[in-house]
Design a binder for this molecule. Structure first.
Ligand SMILES: [Cu+2]
Length: 201
């Protein structure tokens, strides 16, 4: 009886670890597929490594270097401790058709040598015609959520997706990157996690 029970538990454990391994492989594969896309995107955006080129193309700085403490607050987004950096937003493209090769936002990290292009972001305003959260690179956008106050009005309810051009231990598409820092920023901005809003999820 004891033997059967322990065998049974072993079987369950084996199955659990198999499923776990399989899920792990599936996630890794999804990330790998995403990685090739993001590498291609990074190459195509190389000219924006010079932030003045970004500004000329109307990716305009929102000045504050945004970071999060990792604090969990019910009803708000789950942002692991880390930075989002300085967002340069191309406002005219927001609300237009999503384009994987033309992100709505470029993300810069202030370093001793100046601004470093470290990532990109896509924004989709929540509108009545949206029936499901948007997807890019096989990733489902986060949200809907309020605008990231105080740099963006709270009324800008939206979905978003981040992608990192530099190593991110939390994953290529995590909203925050613990390796990106705001400590060299002129205007560091510790933000509270953004409030979630009702809408298709
Ligand atoms: Cu962001």
């Amino acid at each position: 009886m004891t033997r059967t029970a322990s065998l049974g538990r072993c079987g369950v454990l084996a199955l659990t670890s198999l499923v776990g391994a399989w899920l792990g492989v599936a996630t890794a594969q999804a990330e790998d597929a995403g990685k090739a896309d993001i590498d291609a995107l990074k190459k195509s955006l190389a000219k924006y490594e010079d932030y003045t080129a970004a500004v000329r193309d109307l990716y305009l700085s929102t000045v504050g270097c945004v970071y999060y403490s990792g604090e969990k607050i019910p009803g708000t987004m789950d942002y692991p401790k880390g930075a989002m950096g300085i967002h340069f937003v191309n406002v005219p493209s927001v609300g237009q058709k999503l384009d994987p090769m033309h992100p709505n936002v470029l993300i810069y990290e202030p370093t001793r040598k100046g601004l470093r292009l470290v990532g990109a972001e896509w924004l989709v305003p929540l509108t009545p015609d949206i029936k499901a959260p948007p997807k890019l690179f096989g990733q489902t956008f986060m949200g809907p959520m309020e605008g990231h106050y105080p740099l963006i009005p709270r009324e800008f309810v939206h979905y978003d997706l981040h992608a990192w051009f530099v190593d991110n231990p939390n994953g290529l598409f995590s909203p925050t990157n613990p390796k990106v820092k705001c400590n060299k920023a002129e205007f560091p901005m510790l933000e509270k996690p953004t409030k979630m809003m009702p809408g298709p999820m």
